[in-house]
Structures are given as C-alpha cells and as structure tokens.
Design a protein around this ligand. Structure first.
Ligand SMILES: Cc1cc2nc3c(=O)[nH]c(=O)nc-3n(C[C@H](O)[C@H](O)[C@H](O)COP(=O)(O)OP(=O)(O)OC[C@H]3O[C@@H](n4cnc5c(N)ncnc54)[C@H](O)[C@@H]3O)c2cc1C
Length: 406
C-alpha cells in the first residue's frame, strides 16, 4: 500500500492487486495488532494519525524510551483496513481486492516484465505496465517472472515459524490484564519471577505467566512465548502457535499448517476458559484469514543486505530507511523454541543499519522493484527489517523513486 500511495501521489497511474478482501496484509488479514519501528516515514506517521482519529491505536503505558517516539504500539486491525483504503482512495490508487497475481511474462528483450496475469471473479485478466512493484511479502510476482531468490534458512527452504493469530474475547478484560504483553508496556523491564534477582521485559514475563497457566490447564502451546495483546476493553489478540518447517511457497503445506494451527488456537482457548474465574467467557472470536509468514522469498536485488551490514550499522548513499528493530529469529524447530522461543540472533551483532534502494531493485528484471519482507537480504538481515515499520518506509521510498521515473 505505501508504495502504491507514494507513486500515485507523485503523479503515476497506479493499480494495486490484492489477494485478500482487504489491504494491509499481516496487519489486517493476519490480525497482527502490534507495530514495531514505524515512526520514521511520512506514511508511517500518517497511519499513526489516522488510527488515532478512529480511536483505534493503543500506546503502551507508561511510555518507555522507545514508545516515546511512537515507535511501537497496538492497533485494532479492522480500523487499519479503513486507514489503508482511505490512503489509497485519496491518492487515486485503483484497488483490486481478491485479485491475486498468478503469472508474469517478459518482453522480447527478456530484461523487462511486460504483462502480469490476475485471477478474480471477473476471470483471468492480463495487465501491462512500465513498472511493477512486488509487495506480496512472499515475492510471488518476482518468482513468477523467473527472478532469482533465496528462501528460508536451510536447503529445504524452511522459514521462521508461521503463526495464525486470533481475536479473542473474555468477560472481564481487566481481570486478565496481567497476562497481556502491552499492559502496561511491552518493553518495560520488571522483576522476572522465573529468575529471582533478575529483570526481563514485561512481554516475556507476561507471556511466560500465560504459558505457565496454559500448562496448568493441561495444554502446551507450540510457541514458547504465547502472547496476548489487549486491543480494546475485552478484546485481545492471541498469538500462541508456531508452525515449523514451512516454505512460504508451498501451498499444500500452508493449507495443512493453517488448519492445524486453527485447531490448536481453539484448544488453547478452551483450556483457558475451563479454568473459569478471570478466564470466564474466554473465546475465539475469529482466526486470521491468512497464517502469518515471518519469512519470505528474498528476491535477488542489485544489492543484498547482509549480516555484516547489520553488524557494522552500514550506511548507503541511496538509503531508503534505517532498520532499528533488532534481529528476531523465532525458534526454528520445537526444540529451539523450547530453549528460547523468539529473539534469537545466531550470534550475529546488531547496530541500526540502512537499507539501500538497490536492495529493492530486482537483479533479474529491470522494471521490477520490491518492498517489504521480500527485498534482497540474507536470513539474518531479514530477521531485522522484516517488521512492519521498515516495510512501510521501504514501500514509500520505492514509490517515490518510481515517481521520479520518466
Ligand atoms: C505472526 C507474526 C507476528 C509478527 N509480529 C510483528 C510485530 O509484532 N510487529 C511488527 O511490526 N511486525 C511483526 N511481524 C512482521 C510483519 O507483520 C511482516 O513482516 C510485515 O507485515 C511484512 O509486510 P509485507 O507488506 O512485506 O507483507 P504482508 O504483510 O504479508 O503483505 C503482503 C500482501 O500481499 C498480498 N499478496 C500476497 N501474494 C499475493 C499475490 N500473488 N497477488 C496479490 N497479492 C498478494 C497479501 O495478501 C498481503 O496483503 C510479524 C509477522 C508475523 C507473521
């Protein structure tokens, strides 16, 4: 969406093709609910203001050094859909919902994409354009066009675990607030009951409190940091499962993982509800339309952001943004998850690093750009820039760059 809006604002005629029935991706169809690292681009700030106008944003309280800059916060996905649609409508972007891109064809030179094919209720249609941007998260368009890519962390292409988020309700939200990672503030440090004398982020303390309760209720979540984010009085996001050993381009495996995850979410919720007391009325209101992929096809670009760039805090003359969110690798299998569920870094060092426009320009097609988690980087760099604030800033930067093309 940010790439489309920025290019349209720069005077380009833009069409946006979206697989789901709403814009926003993991934010909306994936029911994400928490934002990292967003207060760094014009459109990022517009999203903040527009969510506030809908009363749909919830800042961590009290402000911590990072939240003071409006960097990290919770939102209600339903209103994020409206914000994305408003931004596109006002910029004049022609939006096609439930219209996935399914194929791409090149021109006679072989260097440019000439035509893409979509499928929708109107049937199969072909579209031509001078410039294309792949913001599919999974890098579908680039892959369909035959561009090279890397995928996952091993030879099988398995990615970071995927998660099916859910909206859950409970009779009294205040009664379970101590289990919510954003009540009072996600990154606030507090005493760690599991390690007397030590402190940890409130998020980890709250999620481990929830994990202990789930175990007491007789169930073991596949994600070792099962998380509740409070969105509104009695409404929470429930992020409690991990699906391992999944490729983002394996539709059959994704289908099976989605149904397995839905069953797990229902089982965990039922176990909590059975405890009664503060958990009275705890119920799944909706699971996400799409299982959330943390990983991506990482499309080969004219520059590849690497682990070394991340360690050095690299800067570039054509930088589009600064990635300030640390390396966050979730346990790659159940055993690794049990040792440490999230925030692993494979021994890599982190300093905020810039991402150049060249990492968003496909190496194998001259008129193709990428933005979001499918840009050109290695597995470690991706584990930092994959979060939503950087995706917005990269999209905006790419859209502006396209706006300058003849
Ligand atoms: C479970 C989970 C928890 C996360 N937690 C956080 C967090 O707390 N904070 C944070 O900031 N980030 C978090 N992330 C990371 C973040 O959500 C994503 O990496 C981010 O959304 C990437 O944005 P994107 O636009 O590149 O991809 P996506 O959000 O996946 O958007 C891609 C869009 O392209 C569409 N699409 C896909 N294929 C096609 C096609 N063939 N044709 C047309 N449209 C297509 C999709 O429907 C979607 O709308 C989390 C991710 C997951 C999965």
């Amino acid at each position: 969406m940010p790439a489309a809006v920025a290019a349209a604002r720069a005077g380009k005629k833009v069409r946006l093709f979206e697989l789901q029935g709403c814009l926003g991706g993991v934010w909306t169809a994936g029911l994400l609910s928490y934002i990292f690292d967003i207060d760094k681009s014009e459109i990022g700030w517009e999203i903040i203001r527009r969510l506030d106008a809908y009363g749909a944003r919830r800042k961590d309280r009290p402000p911590t050094p990072s939240t003071r800059l409006d960097r990290n916060w919770t939102y209600e996905p339903e209103y994020m859909k409206l914000v994305c649609e408003d931004l596109c409508a006002e910029a004049g972007v022609k939006v096609h919902l439930q219209t996935p891109v399914v194929a791409a064809y090149r021109d006679a030179s072989g260097r440019n994409i000439e035509t893409i094919v979509t499928e929708s209720k109107s049937g199969r249609r072909a579209w031509r354009a001078k410039t294309f941007v792949d913001c599919s998260g999974d890098g579908d368009l680039a892959a369909f066009a035959g561009c090279g890519f890397d995928i996952g962390w091993n030879a099988k292409g398995w990615g970071q675990p995927a998660t099916l988020n859910a909206l859950v309700v409970v009779d009294d939200g205040d009664a379970i607030a101590e289990y919510a990672s954003n009540e009072p503030a996600m990154w606030m440090t507090c005493p760690d009951p599991e390690q007397p004398g030590k402190t940890r982020s409130h998020h980890i303390v709250a999620s481990h409190r929830l994990r202990a309760l789930l175990r007491q209720a007789g169930v073991e979540p596949s994600y070792g940091d099962p998380t509740l984010f409070r969105m509104h009085r009695n409404l929470f996001c429930f992020m409690a499962n991990h699906e391992y050993e999944l490729r983002v381009d394996d539709a059959d495996a994704i289908s099976a993982a989605t149904m397995r995850a839905r069953k797990e979410v229902a089982t965990l919720a039922a176990a909590l509800a059975k405890l009664g007391g503060p958990w009275k009325g705890f119920r799944v209101a909706a699971t996400a339309e799409q299982i959330g992929h943390r990983d991506a096809r990482r499309i080969h670009g004219r520059y590849t952001v690497t682990r070394e760039d991340v360690a050095a805090g690299a800067t570039f003359p054509d930088a589009l943004t600064l990635s300030r969110f640390g390396i966050d690798i979730h346990g790659l299998d159940k055993k690794a998850n049990d040792e440490r569920a999230a925030g692993q870094n494979f021994g890599a060092r982190f300093r905020p690093f810039e991402i150049p426009l060249r990492a968003c320009q496909a190496k194998d097609a001259d008129n193709l750009y990428m933005a979001g988690r499918n840009i050109s980087g290695d597995f470690i760099a991706h584990a930092s820039y994959r979060v939503t604030g950087s995706s917005v800033a990269l999209g905006e930067g790419v859209g502006k760059a396209i706006g300058k093309l003849g």
